[in-house]
Design a binder for this molecule. Structure first.
Ligand SMILES: [Zn+2]
Length: 490
């Protein structure tokens, strides 16, 4: 059975600093990875969930990602493999996922880049690199799609990539790439220019092309996700059956990867550089809350209790009663309506299209103490009660929107985000994100549109809408008075 890359999904944060997308204050590699995998969930359940496989993590994931990824996907038994950030790690993971000798297996490769500070070693915001943020997930399994012909890497002295041309020539011969069919995308700034100039003197019929300008716009030199975007760029140039390669010239290491396009691959999300995100100041997005050592002294949730409730906390797992048909949420092993304890079927409630039933602003000083660092850095926030299924309500903090933007009747979707640090690790939970991208706005800005990370079309640019016309912001609906968050707790 042939194996191939079958589908790929990208998630980009709503926030923008300068030219780059950047993770929000409650996003990190883990949440970006989960956001990228989410649209592939059905495929995963059909494939990985049945035949087993591996989850390949590329990038600087926190240690708890080893169990948390499987938990977030409800695939707790899958093998986890890790790879370093960068093109080398990315292509190694892709090759491993496709090359699996047990060909019925399904594998998913997940990469995430954040702009920092690093999750593992916090650094001051001023010292953190700024290179853009995104999560990418690629599904590999039995079937026809994008076949991997091979990949290779070559180390060289810094900025002295003279051996790369010879290696590339030999390697293209070996892979069987020909002038008739091959498209070769070469990236890597100065090194790429050098290679293209020297390539012109070889008389080779194969052309080296630069990535299309829109490919890497607003992502910047993201170390890992850039490789995924180059692959997407390459496939956009191929005809069915066509061969192509991505060449990335790095500072002291260059990589090559060749593919054959046998059947369409689903590219989910804003692979085309999205329109501008929500502009904001970087200092507002990487505040003290991004420090794991800022451990809350407040409401203590024991680790065991936190982990026990994860299916409900992270995936909205409820129980449908086989006797009376009612849904109990969160799942507690007993029907709330009739007390049935035997005939209960676990069922994950939908995380999209939830309706806001109530919303309140928690102002500084009124927050539960575990949210002190967040409030210190960003000020007040909104908490919403949303209906996810008839009669089933969930309380969630509102994210990616400034206080007051989300109103009763709005549709939101629930996404996994950081809540707070406790016992030396991050605790995560679902937050409500405006489903209409136009309601998204950052702190201190007035509602520039941001593209949705849920777009399923690759054929067109994400729709953007003007959101905050003066008329609309002027007629803001009355909202409930600010109260303690405790009043909303269920
Ligand atoms: Zn019942």
């Amino acid at each position: 059975v042939a194996r191939a890359l079958l589908a790929a999904s990208i998630a980009r944060p709503a926030w923008q600093v300068g030219p780059y997308r950047i993770e929000g204050p409650d996003e990190d590699p883990f949440t970006l990875a989960v956001a990228a995998i989410d649209p592939l969930e059905e495929d995963l359940r059909r494939g990985l969930g049945k035949t087993g496989g591996a989850i390949h993590l590329v990038g600087s994931f926190p240690t708890e990602a080893d169990w948390a990824i499987g938990e977030a996907l409800d695939l707790p038994d899958e093998e986890i493999r890790r790879y370093p950030a960068g093109p080398g790690g990315w292509w190694s993971a892709i090759a491993a996922a496709v090359d699996e000798p047990d060909s019925e297996r399904w594998d998913v490769v997940v990469a995430a880049d954040v702009a920092g500070p690093g999750v593992i070693a916090p650094v001051p915001p001023s010292a953190a690199p700024l290179f853009g943020a995104a999560g990418v997930a690629v599904l590999a399994g039995p079937g026809s799609g994008l076949a991997m012909l091979g990949h290779a890497a070559r180390g060289h002295p810094p900025h002295r990539d003279t051996g790369v041309r010879a290696l590339l020539t030999a390697w293209l011969d070996r892979t069987g790439l020909t002038a008739e069919t091959a498209e070769i995308v070469v990236a890597g700034g100065e090194g790429a220019e050098r290679l293209k100039r020297s390539w012109g003197t070889t008389g080779s019929a194969i052309r080296l092309e630069a990535p299309r300008p829109e490919t890497l716009r607003q992502l910047g030199p993201a170390p890992t996700v850039a490789s995924a975007l180059l692959l997407w760029d390459l496939v956009g140039r191929l005809r069915e059956g066509g061969l192509g390669a991505v060449v990335e010239i790095g500072r002291d290491r260059s990589t090559f990867a060749a593919v054959r396009w046998d059947a369409p691959v689903r590219w989910i999300g804003p692979w085309i550089a999205p329109s501008e995100g929500v502009p904001t100041e970087r200092e507002r997005l990487v505040p003290a809350t991004a420090r794991l050592d800022a451990v809350s002294q407040g409401a203590y949730v024991p680790h065991a209790r936190y982990v026990e409730n994860l299916p409900s906390r992270w995936r909205l797992v409820a129980e449908r009663c086989g006797r009376c048909g009612r849904i109990s949420f969160p799942a507690r092993g007993r029907c709330r309506a009739c007390g049935e304890t035997e005939r209960l079927a676990r069922e994950a409630l939908p995380r999209t299209g939830a309706r806001v039933e109530a919303v309140t602003t928690v102002s500084a000083g009124a927050q539960p103490t575990e949210f002190d660092p967040q409030v210190d850095a960003q000020g007040s926030y909104d908490v919403a009660i949303v209906e996810v299924a008839p009669g089933v309500r969930v309380t969630a903090q509102v994210a990616d929107a400034r206080p007051g933007r989300v109103r009763i009747g709005d549709r939101v979707h629930l996404a996994l985000r950081r809540l707070y640090a406790m016992e030396g690790e991050w605790r995560y939970g679902l937050k409500a994100l405006p489903s209409d991208a136009a309601t998204t706005a950052g702190p201190g800005v007035s509602g520039r549109p941001a593209p949705s990370s849920e777009g399923r079309s690759t054929a067109r640019r994400p729709t953007t809408r003007r959101s905050s016309s003066p008329a609309r912001s002027g007629s803001r609906r009355a909202r409930p008075r600010t109260t303690r968050a405790g009043a909303l707790r269920t």
